[in-house]
Ligand binder design. Structure first.
Ligand code: FES
Length: 171
């Protein structure tokens, strides 16, 4: 996990590679999120100071776009594809099942920092719809029940127990 000092250093590096122009606001926000995985409050304050804009304006822009996150990603980041094929094949049901199972909403991270949830556009394997990605591993043709099963090894690992068997993904 990145320390506060490392985050400050990263933000300073990103700022130093851009001109102080308002048109750079979104590229700056995107770059910070790419490097840190989310937009800390401190980053938005620094960006506002750098561009000479009110923090509230930077916050307003960042919250307008749903590409930005304001909490760190979980140890296991879950992406539910909501592209057309996955949506039609029941992606929304899986997303709802995950929200219930983890007790978080899209864009949030569980209190223990283990799981975070995101909805994404087509990830390019529509033949396997509906698709979920957990920490870079693709789970094809998911159902709410299969999703609950797939989470078990991650929960065990998060609790320090050895993973039991393999998850149910097929390739
Ligand atoms: S729509 Fe989900 S992979 Fe293409």
């Amino acid at each position: 996990m990145i320390t506060e000092k490392q985050a400050s250093q990263t933000i300073a590096e990103i700022l130093s590679s851009h001109k102080k122009e308002e048109k750079n606001l979104i590229p700056l926000l995107q770059e910070v999120q790419t490097k840190l995985g989310y937009l800390p409050r401190k980053a938005m304050q620094e960006i506002a100071g750098f561009l000479g804009m009110p923090v509230v304006e930077v916050w307003g822009v960042a919250t307008f776009y749903n590409q930005f996150r304001f909490v760190p990603l979980g140890k296991y980041h879950i992406m539910v594809c909501m592209g057309t094929a996955c949506h039609l094949a029941g992606g929304k049901l899986i997303l709802e099942a995950l929200e219930r199972e983890l007790d978080i909403k899209v864009g949030e991270t569980t209190e223990d920092g283990n799981f975070s949830l995101e909805r994404v556009a087509c990830i390019g394997c529509c033949m396997l719809a509906p698709v979920v990605v957990v920490k870079d591993k693709i789970y094809p043709r998911m159902t709410p029940f299969k999703m609950e099963e797939a989470l078990i090894p991650y929960k065990q690992e998060a609790q320090g127990e050895p993973k039991e068997g393999k998850s149910k993904s097929k390739s």
